[in-house]
Design a binder for this molecule. Sequence first.
Ligand code: CDP
Length: 217
Amino acid sequence: MSFISRPILIAVDGPAASGKGTIARALAKHFDLPHMDTGMLYRAVALTMFRFGGDPASEFEALRACEGVAQIDPTDPELRSEVVGSIASRISTYAGVRSALLDRQRNFASQASGAVLDGRDIGTVIAPEASAKLFVTASAEVRARRRVAELLSRGMPAHLEDVLIDIRARDARDSGRDTAPLVQAPDADLLDTSEMDIDDAITTAIGLVERKLAALA
Ligand code: CDP
């Protein structure tokens, strides 16, 4: 369903394990748009470093690892591991890494078909012109429980307390960094999924986006 003449561009941002990826995929399906999970770009840099023994504390080494992104298989299950997520969270604080990954994201956002992108800075930095923006969140405890369930379902080890500590550390890094910190864009709709199951969250997200598109028509 299309309400407006310009391409539909949807920005979905939010903290770790908020459900933004699932919501973004569902929006892409509903509005028939291509989808980019921008966290996978940061994870690809992290996996490159992990494989070559790079030090995440070195911005220089992280920048070098950006050149390896195209060589990473996007279906590699290791991309989704906690260790890679944790490295991704650290190297994503470097301004140089963020700018090395910028064009790829902007090109995806500006394609003629429209697009859905999810990440941390889509509505604020990558696509401030987006037709609809969602800021998806949930309490840290709820997000930690979801992340544990997700990891266990993929056969990966997970302990609630460790995951909660890690989620809080990631929140602090995401919100506290100087370049493109995680912040709700002023024109984004807030979607708190703490009390929602995933079907409710998707239905609510579709409703919010449809309202935004209708207002633009
Ligand atoms: O959901 P989770 O935080 O585990 O992972 P993700 O969305 O795959 O992102 C991995 C890491 O990349 C996050 O910890 C973020 O710090 C970072 N990231 C970012 O800085 N900007 C984005 N647009 C996407 C992810």
